[in-house]
Design a protein around this ligand. Structure first.
Ligand SMILES: *Cc1c(COP(=O)(O)O)cnc(C)c1O
Length: 366
């Protein structure tokens, strides 16, 4: 697992300190990139080899590379957090490594070991640790967003799993995902478009799922919403998740409900962590199907007090209202989403090293 096995090809023209500091002061999301990237190559004959950390920059891909035609690609999203003592940590990377292998199996890509997945993050951070923002205070949720991904790079137009594959990790400094922080978001209920179907790729983190969600995202924006909630493809009745975040429902009696995992739901690391932290907080987690009617009725009766979405990029974000073709379901809002806020604070305190890591969820990167 040592980073020694990653050969370093240093960037001869790294970003000047002053420019990097300017970027880190206002990074936005996904717009700026650290000076290096990690890379491991795979071929059918040689397996994984050629581990390196090299200058960040454009890839040379043959126009016939399979990924450009058939979308054989998977990715991950994970963050590096700087603690008050300057050390840099990441959160439950073995969960992402395991999910990356699940995604790989579904997309017929080769599986990457924990050692290479976590080793690549460590090797990259060994070079680019200066790109991890130093939070100015507890309200500052800046971090270095890490994006591991794997592509079918073989030059071949036949339809079959590629015999040549490349794995990379790039890193992008990030401020809070939603500018409003914990301001509740409006969500559009997509009753026509589906994100995932049984037997499909919904549980895998692959670019194709996101491509398939963009038309619904455009529809959401037309209705003044920032995100889309998807229903199941079979009955058009059960809530699954948002385009890139899992959903939770808080009940007046302390139940914390999230749709149970199926092959049409992406198993979020944040989702799993919220279930554990919810239990720690005295809530009663339940993983079960939840219908759009239950949301309607629970919001109307006051039995459902909060709904929130969660994921690595946006942490925990309260849902203020659900907009459908017919109506709008408004939620608590006025009560200020206390449970979502409490869980959010707990999670952030852990990630930024302000609370004791009682579940052993942190891994030191540098
Ligand atoms: C990545 C992702 C999530 C959230 O997963 P985390 O591990 O919590 O970041 C949820 N849904 C979809 C579709 C995703 O791609």
């Amino acid at each position: 697992m040592s980073t020694d096995s990653f050969e370093l090809l240093p960037n001869a023209h790294p970003t000047a300190d002053a420019i990097r500091e300017d970027i880190l002061a206002n990074p936005g999301f996904g717009r700026h990139f650290a000076d290096h990237m990690a890379h491991v190559r795979w071929t059918l004959d040689a397996g994984w080899h050629g581990r390196e950390v090299r200058p960040y920059g454009p890839l040379t891909l043959d126009p016939a590379a399979a990924v450009l035609h058939y979308g054989q690609e998977i990715f991950e999203g994970i963050k590096a957090y700087r603690h008050a003592d300057g050390s840099v940590w990441t959160f439950r990377p073995e969960k992402n490594a395991e999910r990356f292998r699940r995604s790989a199996r579904r997309l017929a890509l080769p599986e990457l070991s924990d050692a290479d997945f976590i080793g690549s993050l460590k090797a990259l951070l060994a070079q680019d640790h200066a790109w991890v923002p130093t939070p100015a205070g507890e309200a500052d949720e800046s971090s270095l967003y890490l994006r591991p991904f794997m592509i079918a790079s073989e030059k071949f137009l036949g339809v079959r799993p590629a015999h040549e594959v490349d794995y990379y990790v790039i890193a992008s400094p990030a401020a809070a995902y939603f500018k409003g922080g914990v301001e509740p978001v409006s969500i559009w209920l997509s009753s026509h478009y589906k994100r995932a179907a049984p037997g499909g790729t919904g549980f895998a983190k692959c670019g194709g799922n996101y491509a398939a969600s963009l038309a619904a995202q455009k529809e959401a924006e037309k209705h003044g919403c920032g995100q889309v909630a998807f229903l199941d493809a079979r009955e058009n009745k059960w809530l699954e998740e948002l385009g890139g975040m899992n959903l939770f429902f808080v009940y007046q009696d302390g139940r914390l409900v999230t749709p149970r995992l199926t092959d049409t739901i992406l198993e979020g690391v944040t989702r799993d962590s919220v279930l554990t932290l919810g239990r720690d907080e005295g809530l009663t987690p339940e993983e079960r199907p939840i219908s759009i009617d239950e949301w309607h009725e629970g919001a109307a009766s006051g039995e459902i007090t909060e709904v929130f979405a969660c994921g690595t990029a946006a942490v925990i974000t309260p849902v203020g209202e659900l907009v459908t073709e017919e109506d709008r379901i408004r939620l608590a809002g006025a009560d200020g989403n206390p449970i979502a806020k409490r869980l959010r604070t707990k999670l952030l305190d852990l990630q930024y090293g302000r609370a004791e890591d009682t579940h052993g969820w942190l891994t030191r990167l540098t």
